[in-house]
Design a protein around this ligand. Structure first.
Ligand code: HC0
Ligand code: SF4
Length: 569
């Protein structure tokens, strides 16, 4: 232990503690901008500067380790002046048109500038302008980049992709796509982790809300919206609604106010995915002779990763489409028939916690052969939040509403898709039933849950030994793939989600700078599952009905046409 005095308060802390953490123990939160714990502790923004007795220079609290006897001042006049100047420098290279910025009200730079009472700009403002492909789901605005390096580090350390790098020098230094590539050629998987870790509005998602409004206004279109599992765990985080009131049913009510004709649930098609994927897995497993596992394919970030990093392994992906795409395919066939309308009258909109889903919906070969898109428009949870805000609702007066039927009926197994391990757990609940004819205890497979980036479990179902793995975060996925290829590990079934923690930590989710909320949200999903009457995908009556009336059985010819895809084409 070492002794440190911070703002006249002396405490003992463990050796190796950083000043920023020691200060926290004394109740002082040192402001920070570029800091991301264990990912970006480089002191680039110098906002966390502090005075240390015996040194003339100010030191950065995020990466300076305390020494025995150190005396630190975290808010002296010298510190305040330096912080202010640093922020003014950063602002001098930043387009601070806050009123039109997507991060206004949720921007760490805006907040710190306000906290430091920056009320005028002593420096000339000059920011970088560069072109960007406006159609790409991930958008970069160079005029707002503050060169904090977070995106570079998250992409490199968490996702092992290295899409971003520092370019140019001197006052023109900025962050751009690495190796002089265009973003669309750079193997970006669109997980959006750089967006959720950007402290300002430099990295954002393409705004598709205008297209949604146009569809709602178009009297010739029927708007059918699906809401992904993980959205319900996060939708109200930045909406100032008490947590216990922020139910999925209140979210449905808010969506109805926006004017969608039908509000449905991706949980329905998550259940459908389980029917197809669990049966596909059992077919692969029982046919034997395979030395490699079947991989889940519902995360488009992971599928993009597989295609660019391990193209020879793409054939091991499940051919089942993701729930998002299955929903669209069913909405424009089965549901169009139920409504008695032409499929082209239906505009299918998804609300997803994900940036990559925007691109998944655009993959030509994923769509049904009738030359129409399964899903027409994808917006993220954050875009939905903006649309809800625009309704000016008094949530205390808003009455809860249920999802519409039948594509709004989902099981608890569908709900947990939004957490890492959820697809595996849901698939095992039903695979057990398909093999034995009996339901397992719904909590039989909870060992696949957890916060480790790479987890393994073994199960025995009717004498069949199953070895499964669950991975989230692409660095973990890369390690697993390399270990599989080297023959160091062997699994039958592997679930991969690109975002750490799965979709609940997705790149389209609400941003709370500095907070990693994936597992808090996952726990909300587990609680919802636990409370549900339906906990097995195969018991969902709407699923049983669509098979008896339309699809026949899992993996039938029509199921294949609508619900499966060839990732290699
Ligand atoms: Fe997910 Fe999904 S669980 S990928 O994270 O499978 O986006 O929530 O909608 O499609 O269901 C995202 C979330 C989904 C899909 C589902 C899967
Ligand atoms: Fe999208 Fe979920 Fe995959 Fe992240 S984990 S890329 S949010 S589907």
């Amino acid at each position: 232990m070492v002794k440190v005095t911070i703002d006249n308060q002396t405490i003992m802390v463990e050796e190796g503690t950083k000043i920023i953490d020691a200060a926290k123990e004394t109740g002082i939160i040192i402001p920070r901008l570029c800091f991301l714990r264990e990912i970006n502790e480089i002191g680039a923004c110098r906002v966390c500067s502090v005075e240390v007795e015996g040194t003339d220079k100010l030191l950065t609290a995020c990466n300076t380790v305390v020494e025995d006897g150190m005396v630190v001042k975290t808010n002296s006049p010298k510190v305040r002046r330096a912080r202010r100047t640093n922020i003014e420098f950063i602002l001098s290279q930043h387009d601070f048109s806050c009123a039109t910025c997507v991060r206004s009200g949720n921007c760490s730079l805006q907040e710190i500038a306000n906290d430091l009472n920056v009320d005028s700009m002593p420096y000339k403002i000059k920011y970088e302008k560069r072109a960007w492909n406006k159609d790409f789901p991930l958008q970069k605005d160079f005029s707002k980049c503050i060169k904090c390096m977070r995106c570079i580090q998250v992409c490199d350390k968490i996702q092992s992709l290295g899409i971003w790098d520092v370019v140019n020098s001197g006052s023109r230094t900025t962050v751009d796509v690495s190796h002089n590539r265009q973003i669309e050629d750079a193997d970006c998987v669109l997980c959006g982790q750089c967006i959720t870790h950007c402290p300002v509005g430099s990295l954002t998602t393409r705004n598709d809300t205008h297209r949604v409004y146009d569809a709602i206004e178009d009297e010739n279109l029927i708007t059918v919206v699906q809401v992904a599992p993980a959205v319900r765990a996060a939708w109200a985080e930045n909406l100032n609604i008490e947590e216990k009131s922020a139910t999925p049913s209140l979210m449905v009510a808010a969506l109805k106010k926006i004017g969608f004709d039908y509000v449905f649930d991706t949980n329905f098609s998550a259940d459908l995915t389980i029917m197809e994927e669990a049966n596909e897995f059992l077919e692969v497993y029982t046919s034997g002779g395979r030395d490699l596992p079947m991989f889940t394919s519902c995360c488009p970030g992971w599928v993009r990763f597989m295609k660019s990093q391990y193209p020879d392994m793409v054939k091991y992906l499940s051919t089942s489409k993701s729930p998002q795409q299955m929903f669209g395919a069913v909405a424009k066939s089965y549901y169009a028939d139920l409504l008695g309308v032409d499929a082209n009258k239906i505009c299918c909109i998804s609300i997803m916690p994900c940036t990559a889903k925007k691109k998944e919906a655009e993959i030509e070969t994923i769509n049904d052969t009738e030359a129409q898109r399964d899903v027409d428009i994808v917006i993220t949870t954050r875009e939905m939040e903006k649309m809800i805000r625009a309704e000016n609702l008094d949530f205390s007066k808003l009455k809860e509403e249920s999802f519409d039927s039948p594509l709004g009926i989902g099981s608890g197994a569908g709900v947990i898709f939004g957490a890492t391990g959820g697809v595996m757990e849901a698939a095992l609940r039903s695979a057990y039933y398909f093999v034995t004819g009996k339901n397992p205890d719904p909590d039989s497979f909870v060992s696949v849950r957890g916060e480790e980036g790479w987890r393994e479990s073994k199960f025995s179902i009717a004498g069949n030994e199953l070895s499964v793995a669950v991975v989230s975060g692409l660095r973990n996925a890369r390690e697993l793939m390399d270990a599989l290829i080297r023959g160091e590990v062997k699994y039958d079934f592997v679930e991969v989600m690109a975002c750490p923690g799965g979709c609940s930590g997705g790149g389209g989710q609400p941003i709370k700078d500095g907070c990693e909320l994936a597992y808090t949200r996952a726990n909300k999903l587990y609680k919802l599952d636990k409370k549900m009457y339906l906990r097995y995908s195969h018991e969902n009556p709407a699923i049983q009905k669509i098979y008896s009336e339309y699809l026949g059985k899992p993996n039938s010819e029509i199921a294949h046409k609508l619900l499966h895809t060839d990732h290699e084409s």
